[in-house]
Ligand binder design. Structure first.
Ligand code: AAL
Length: 361
């Protein structure tokens, strides 16, 4: 009890997640939709951006950034490309993907990953617009790059191969292999871009952490923090204003995976609670994400992706991370309680059918 810091029911950053299909952006053979951005509301219309890819060799390379709109958050209309990859020879000529949105000073900014066909290490690009519906103007140069140390085998010749699957010749620092999942949040009058880094090294896929790069203006320059990495864990980045600071949902990689953390200054993070069944690549409708109010109120719905089917698709979730909202904590709200993922995936292997697993005859 000495290390007991409160009941889950009293912990404002504790929640369970409930999932429902999205009309218009759900499973579709032949198209990957993945890595959704934060959702914004402009007038009466919700907007979301995501990776759109028709290549079944990878769900994020050979891709562009598309967007969709909705009036109710459940029924969505896909509008088409927002930012497309560049001409052959450009630093974004192979893929633009994993976008996030920033709204600042009456303009809209998309931050995203970009790749050429030949260079395995990706960069982060930015495009801006006067309207969430575009047209988007790309900044001429990347706004963030990987650290340049570390050496990959055949680094400039591998073409399609993902950096995370390439052989390492020399280990590099924590964000030498990739700078991923860029997302900007307005904090203390500045633009705090959090991103995920992978090191060049044998275990680069497992050892991701998050970094911070700060700018005075929305379009940068973004300077990497001297305190990087600011987390010791975490895969897809998910930050939101919370009370006077910010909260982070730290998923999937590292000793503090599956936690919600709080930071008062944007640099020092502490674990507040643990969560299960976290939305993969989750992003939410965070109404105050760019307002810098020092009174972050949280959110109660968003999007994520399901990435283990032949074609990746988007899924909606509801949760109880909105301050002062009564939480739904009953175990029936958490359908994965008392389950095992491998059994759910292949029930026949365990001598049952999926109907039996769902409690049906
Ligand atoms: C996601 C994100 C980045 C990676 C890939 C597509 O989980 O972390 O976007 O590059 O997978």
């Amino acid at each position: 009890m000495q290390r007991f810091n409160g009941n889950d029911s009293d912990n404002e950053l504790y929640t369970r997640f409930r999932y429902t299909p999205i009309n218009g952006l759900g499973y579709e053979k032949g198209i990957h939709r993945r890595d959704p951005s934060s959702i914004i509301k402009v007038g009466d219309v919700f907007y979301i951006w995501y990776t759109y890819c028709k290549d079944n060799k990878s769900s994020w390379l050979n891709a562009d950034i598309w967007y969709a709109i909705s009036n109710d958050g459940v029924n969505w209309e896909e509008k088409g490309p927002a930012v497309k990859r560049g001409e052959k020879g450009a630093w974004d000529d192979y893929s633009v993907f994993t976008a996030n949105i920033l709204v600042a000073k009456g303009k809209y900014y998309l931050t995203y990953q970009a790749r050429t066909f030949l260079e395995q290490r990706n960069v982060i690009g930015m495009a801006w617009s006067n309207s969430p519906a575009g047209p988007w103007t790309k900044l001429p140069n990347p706004i963030l790059k990987t650290a340049s140390d570390g050496v990959l085998k055949n680094e400039h010749k591998l073409g399609f191969t993902n950096v995370l699957e390439s052989a390492t010749l020399v280990d590099g620092s924590w964000d030498s292999g990739a700078v991923h999942d860029p997302g900007v949040i307005v904090f203390n009058g500045k633009y705090y871009m959090y991103y995920k880094g992978h090191p060049i090294g044998e275990k680069m896929y497992a050892d991701s952490k998050w970094g911070l790069a700060i700018a005075d203006k929305p379009e940068g320059p973004y300077l990497k923090s001297a305190f990087n990495p600011v987390t010791n864990s975490g895969h897809e980045v998910w930050m939101f204003p919370w009370k006077t600071g910010m909260a982070a949902i730290v998923d999937w990689a590292g000793p503090e995976k599956g936690t919600v953390q709080y930071t008062e200054d944007g640099i020092n993070f502490e674990v507040i609670t643990r969560l299960e069944d976290i939305p993969p690549a989750g992003c939410a409708f965070i109404a105050d994400k760019f307002l810098d109010l020092k009174d972050g109120k949280g959110f109660d719905w968003g999007f994520c992706h399901y990435g283990r089917s032949d074609w990746t698709f988007l899924v909606r979730f509801e949760c109880d991370l909105k301050r002062e909202k009564v939480k739904k904590l009953d175990w029936s709200q958490f359908k994965h309680y008392s389950t095992i993922r491998d059994v759910m995936l292949n029930p026949e292997k365990f001598g049952v059918t999926s109907e039996i697993l769902q409690g049906k005859k």
